[in-house]
Design a protein around this ligand. Structure first.
Ligand SMILES: NC(=O)c1ccc[n+]([C@@H]2O[C@H](COP(=O)([O-])OP(=O)(O)OC[C@H]3O[C@@H](n4cnc5c(N)ncnc54)[C@H](OP(=O)(O)O)[C@@H]3O)[C@@H](O)[C@H]2O)c1
Length: 273
């Protein structure tokens, strides 16, 4: 068994969708585990949400962490370019300051709720969906690899948040499932191409967030609930529990790069009982 790799080193953390939900929890849990002289870059659309995340971190973590919040709409091409120009422009100046760089693709949306595929035909809306859920993680990953890929002294981790919807077809979950399936394969290929980078597809389980409550109104009646909840006793996690499981898996470093890791497995929760 490999020794765990401590996260308590000068770390660069980039977290998308950090204004609420699991993304906010990942930012906070990461801040609690990394070392002094670390930097966190948090992005989402809501400036207020990001500032609240930064506030919670500064209240709960006394670790001299530099936090930069960048408000950006990842479903808009110009906004993605502006974000990457700012982010990577900044990082170019301090790329040798860190021992570990971790990029977390957490931002996502469910897509048009409760609509069947035959009702979804607006090319602009579909394109915007893909920009946020597929294109933007690809762009960020590629730029991350261009900047840090050659640095053999730097530990590099890329995590993307995935879902069972990427492998299990469910009525009305067309765009969401497609987005997750596309991301899963993209990151499995990155794992093959970049042996120096540890890549994880992380399924956070069922987590009480705005996204999950969004499902409950219009979509839940359409879903085959027995299939969707693949356990008889549905175990809801708090965002901090799921985020903690993800970081524990990164720290323990037992997974194969490109693998899909389920929060419940890290937490030793048997969801089949
Ligand atoms: N909750 C679950 O049970 C569950 C299960 C499986 C997988 N997941 C995955 O876990 C991740 C986090 O989910 P969550 O439940 O925490 O969702 P959430 O509460 O809806 O949060 C989504 C985050 O994405 C950001 N976001 C949404 N649209 C954006 C846009 N156009 N540009 C930039 N950022 C945008 C939101 O911030 P702004 O609104 O401020 O932009 C927010 O910070 C997602 O990838 C999701 O697919 C969740």
């Amino acid at each position: 068994m490999k020794m765990p790799l401590s996260l308590r080193v000068p770390t660069l953390g980039i977290v998308t969708g950090a204004s609420r939900g699991i993304g906010r929890a990942i930012a906070l849990q990461l801040a609690k585990r990394i070392g002094p002289s670390s930097s966190l870059y948090l992005t989402a659309r809501s400036k207020q949400g990001l500032e609240e995340t930064a506030h919670v971190i500064s209240k709960e973590v006394n670790n001299n962490i530099d936090i930069t919040c960048i408000s950006s709409d990842l479903s808009n091409e110009k906004s993605v370019t502006k974000l990457t120009d700012n982010l990577f422009g900044d990082l170019r100046k301090k790329k040798s300051d860190f021992s570990h760089a971790i990029l977390v693709h957490n931002a996502a949306t469910l897509g048009p709720l409760g609509k069947y595929s035959r009702e979804v035909s607006d090319a602009g809306d579909i394109q915007n969906y893909c920009l946020l859920n597929i294109t933007s993680p690809i762009v960020l990953t590629s730029l991350f690899l261009q900047l840090f890929g050659e640095n053999s002294g730097l530990r590099k981790t890329v995590v993307q948040l995935t879902s069972r919807s990427g492998v299990l077809p469910q009525k009305t979950m067309h765009l969401y499932g497609m987005g997750k399936a596309a991301r899963d394969m993209y990151f499995r290929v990155v794992a093959l191409e970049e042996p120096q980078v540890k890549v994880m597809n992380f399924n956070p389980g069922f987590v009480n967030t705005e996204m999950f409550s969004g499902l409950q109104g219009s979509v839940m009646p359409i879903l085959d609930v027995k299939d969707f909840f693949f356990q008889s006793n549905l175990t809801f996690l708090k965002p901090e529990e799921s985020a903690g499981a993800m970081l524990t898996a990164v720290e323990e470093d037992q997974f194969e790069s490109g693998a899909t890791i389920l929060s419940y497995d890290v937490m030793d929760i048997d969801i089949t009982k």
